[in-house]
Structures are given as structure tokens and as C-alpha cells.
Design a protein around this ligand. Structure first.
Ligand code: DX5
Ligand code: ZN
Length: 236
């Protein structure tokens, strides 16, 4: 190796962290709730990488969806990663229930309780990947001191509670700053809210690698799921 390629420390320059694979995670919030098992099978077969599970409590967010028992019953319909997004406060008393129900990634909201560091340790101690979500008004700096406890950061690009809302453009800059803050750490950046074939390239270019999509996948019914998932992937 020539001297010109050595860094000022005399060591070879560190190689950049490998790019994280792009993941598409359809949210069953927009599925037909009367046949959730079938819907999960359909998005699995249509090429979903993860299954995104939006848990809402009517307290942290103004809507109510489902809990661990429903997730447990869906587990036998797909072997894909179950990506649980807990929009509940408090979350800590229920973390073991969600782990036991078969969630692989458990994401809590930074705004949902005072002891985020403890919540993340609890999730990892349960043997699950730990995620944190931040609502649009929370700055990325809120995560600065928990980065080493995290496997995933979920950036809300709408205010949580409902599917079908419009993407908030100011969040693209937040993703860019978050990517810089994370550095080489092996953390997924997931985007949730208003993801479409038009907004997906913006957040991928800013540093995100996981895309949640509810209405953009489920609109049109099962016959269209594969094409709608494919339309969110970057062109090769
Ligand atoms: C909103 C949920 C989202 C929602 C996204 O609180 O966290 O996962 O399903 O829906 P769309 O993709 O329709 O914006
Ligand atoms: Zn979500």
C-alpha cells in the first residue's frame, strides 16, 4: 500500500460503513381488518420485507388499533420480520407481551415516557431489536445519548394516528441530520407516513433505508400489492 493512501495516523483509511439494504414494510393499518391473516399472507407473497404493525392506544395517539393477542394470531401467517410500532404510553409494562407475541423489532416513541434509555435496554434484554420513533416536532438530537442502545430509528413523516396523510417535506432534512448523527453505527432509518413512489426517493437519498407504506400498498386490493411494493423500491 502506498504512503499516499495512509491516513494521518499511519493506518489505512477506515472503509465506509456498508450501505444498509432497502426494506419495504407495508403497514397493515390500511389492510382489511376483517381478514388480517389473509392480508398478511398476501403482502408476504407480494414481496414485503417486513410486516409493519401499528399499535395505537387512544391515549398517546387519537386512534385505537390492536394489541399483542392480534399480533400473536398473525404470527403463523408469515415468517417475515414483524416490525411493531408502539404508539402507546406507557409502553414499558407491555414490552414483554409484545416480545412474547412474536415481534422481532419493537419500536417505542421517545415522547411516550421519561425513561427511554431503560425502555431500550428492556427491549434488547428481551432478545428483540430496539427501535425509537420520533414525531415530526421532536428533533433528532433527542436520540443523541441512546444511539448505542438502538437498532432502528423510525422517523414519523406525518403526525401519528392515521393512515393516508400527506408527507411533511421538512422531515427530509431531519433524516439527513440523523444520518450524520448516526455515523457508522449499524442503525436502520425507517420512514413512516405519506410514503409513495414520489416521496420514497427523497428519503432514501437523505439516508433512510426502510420504508413503511400503508395506503400506497393496500390501495387497489391484493391484485396490486406486488406492483405497489415494487414501485417503492429504488430503480436499479
Ligand atoms: C401512522 C402509522 C403509519 C401509517 C402510515 O400513525 O404509524 O404506519 O400506517 O400510513 P400511510 O402510509 O398511509 O401514510
Ligand atoms: Zn407505523
Amino acid at each position: 500500500m502506498s504512503a499516499a493512501r495512509l491516513s494521518p495516523t499511519g493506518l489505512p483509511p477506515a472503509s465506509p460503513a456498508p450501505a444498509r439494504p432497502v426494506v419495504i414494510a407495508p403497514s397493515i393499518l390500511s389492510a382489511d381488518f376483517s381478514k388480517l391473516g389473509e392480508e398478511v399472507r398476501a403482502i408476504d407473497e407480494a414481496g414485503a420485507d417486513w410486516i409493519h404493525l401499528d399499535v395505537m392506544d387512544g391515549h398517546f395517539v387519537p386512534n385505537i388499533t390492536f394489541g399483542p393477542d392480534v399480533i400473536r394470531s398473525l404470527r403463523r401467517h408469515s415468517a417475515k420480520v414483524f416490525d411493531a410500532h408502539l404508539m402507546i404510553a406507557p409502553a414499558d409494562p407491555y414490552l414483554a407481551n409484545f416480545a412474547d407475541a412474536g415481534c422481532d423489532i419493537i419500536t417505542v416513541h421517545a415522547e411516550a415516557g421519561p425513561h427511554l434509555d431503560r425502555s431500550l435496554q428492556t427491549i434488547r434484554n428481551l432478545g428483540k431489536k430496539a427501535g425509537v420513533s420520533i414525531v415530526p416536532s421532536t428533533p433528532e438530537s433527542a436520540l443523541e445519548y441512546v444511539l448505542d442502545r438502538l437498532d432502528l430509528i423510525l422517523v414519523m413523516t406525518v403526525n401519528p394516528g392515521f393512515g393516508g396523510q400527506a408527507f411533511i417535506p421538512a422531515m427530509v432534512e431531519k433524516v439527513r441530520r440523523l444520518k450524520a448523527l448516526i455515523g457508522d453505527r449499524p442503525i436502520d432509518i425507517e420512514i413512516d407516513g405519506g410514503v409513495t413512489p414520489e416521496t420514497a426517493p427523497l428519503v432514501l437519498a437523505a439516508g433512510a433505508n426502510a420504508l413503511v407504506a400503508g395506503s400506497a400498498v393496500f390501495r387497489g386490493g391484493p391484485g396490486e400489492y406486488a406492483a405497489r411494493i415494487a414501485a417503492l423500491r429504488p430503480a436499479v
